[in-house]
Design a protein around this ligand. Sequence first.
Ligand code: AMP
Length: 188
Amino acid sequence: MSQSVQSPLSVCVYCGAREGGKPAYMAAATDLGRVIADEGWRLVYGAGDVGLMGAVARATQAAGGDTFGVIPVHLMNMEVGKRDLTSFVVTENMHERKKVMFMNSDAIVVLPGGAGSLDEFFEVLTWKQIGLHDKPIFLLSIDDYWAPLNALIEHIIAQGFAADTTAQLYKTISSIEALTEALRAIRT
Ligand code: AMP
């Protein structure tokens, strides 16, 4: 009798290419990277070795986990393409990168970051809004980092430019422990 083997949960992490202004951000990135390895999940991310991106990947690797990185060729120098990942994919452009990351993921986690992380968040949010996917999206709001983003989305809803349901398309979580539970729940 054949038994099907489920592939590991692939967790796509969007986060800053910088370290940010509080040690708590890098600490959260490191903790998340280790959790991904310890749980037997796979990290999917932008393949850089800078800022929070590098911290997540190094922590997953250090704990023996599986890493899948995708970087566009023109960012290989700027974001220090991390070639020693389990899988290292170089794309022609940013659109291809985001597509490959998204297609290889079961869930999306957004750590603190800048315009690039916001771009990635809004892309998966808007795709979900128009029914293109139903993957869970988690905002990891370390030290309330994403509170202004939540306020902006509430404002957009209050002013009639988005449906009330938009706020239900993603979940804001404030600790690695709660995020771990939420990710575990995807497969139970
Ligand atoms: P940031 O949050 O600005 O530090 O960027 C985090 C990551 O998002 C980096 O790897 C960027 O290359 C990436 N990114 C994705 N989409 C974009 C975009 N449209 N503009 C700038 N960066 C982007």
